[in-house]
Structures are given as C-alpha cells and as structure tokens.
Write a new protein. Structure first.
Length: 76
C-alpha cells in the first residue's frame, strides 16, 4: 500500500541522529514524527523572519502624510 503523504529521505550526522532518537524516546513517538515537527517549526520560524523583514521595510518606507485615522477608515 503506497504511503498517504510524500516522503523525504534525509542523511544526518550521528549527533543529530542521536538527538532525534533521544527526543523520540522521551516523547514516546517515532523519529519521523519528531523530524516532521522540527521541519514544520523551522519553516514557521523562516516565515516569521521573512514577515518581520517585510514589516521593517514597510515601516522604513511609510509616508505618514498618507495615513488615515480610525474615523476616516470606519466612518468615512
């Protein structure tokens, strides 16, 4: 029976393998689940960094003379 989700094979150094193994044993889950969760977390962190950079750029280029007040937006 084919796997429901796509798979990725990854080669890691022994210390990384040992850390993943220990985390899996402590959590009572498979190593694959630990790696999956770590990848998801890393992707979320990269997204946060990118969004932060975007926000910084928008603040840097903000023209305060073009801002609208609360009343102008919601009542106007």
């Amino acid at each position: 029976m084919p796997a429901k989700n796509p798979r990725i094979n990854v080669v890691v150094e022994r210390p990384v393998y040992a850390a993943i193994h220990d985390l899996a044993e402590e959590s009572g889950v498979s190593m694959a689940m630990i790696v999956r969760d770590l990848i998801k977390e890393a992707l979320e962190l990269k997204e946060d960094v990118a969004l932060s950079a975007l926000a910084d750029e928008r603040m840097r280029t903000l023209d305060r003379s073009k801002l609208l007040s609360h009343d102008e937006v919601w009542k106007g």
